[in-house]
Ligand binder design. Structure first.
Ligand SMILES: [Zn+2]
Ligand SMILES: [Zn+2]
Length: 141
């Protein structure tokens, strides 16, 4: 049994497979929140030579900070990487949001917590539903 970890975008055009991955860091900075489309970005590190891509040509690359590149599916917008060095080293930061199934990694740290989304505060008290939120049809501003 291979322990290869896989991640894919929403539309399936782009996917990665990594032989080994680090644990996961949750980043609350505003750039990661926007790039990930959530209250935070979640990222891990893999060795570049242990990562294989399918549909890599469908990635769009955006230099979000000087010298740092984020890569998204050009079709569906799923963030597939974190902010990687434009001049790559031997590691790559990949987006945990794209992971499939259970993985041998957990969130071990949260960074840029001073930038946390205010709307996420108190989230732990929000009621949970196994299916859709039953209040959608009556939800109004
Ligand atoms: Zn896609
Ligand atoms: Zn960040």
């Amino acid at each position: 049994m291979s322990k290869t970890v896989r991640g894919s975008c929403l539309c399936g055009a782009v996917s990665y497979a990594a032989e080994r991955i680090s644990d996961i860091v949750e980043c609350h900075c505003a750039m990661c929140r926007k790039a990930a489309g959530g209250h935070a970005g979640f990222f891990f590190v893999a060795m570049r030579n242990e990562v294989s891509w399918e549909g890599e040509g469908k990635l769009t690359h955006y230099e979000s900070s000087p010298g740092l590149i984020r890569s998204f599916c050009s079709r569906c917008g799923t963030a597939m990487t974190g902010a990687n060095l434009k001049e790559p080293d031997d590691t790559i930061i990949l987006s945990a949001n794209a992971l499939e199934g259970d993985v041998p990694a957990r969130v071990i740290a949260q960074e840029f917590c001073a930038s946390k989304a205010t709307w996420f505060a108190g989230h732990d008290e929000a009621p949970e539903f196994d299916g859709p939120y039953p209040g959608w049809e009556t939800l109004k501003p």
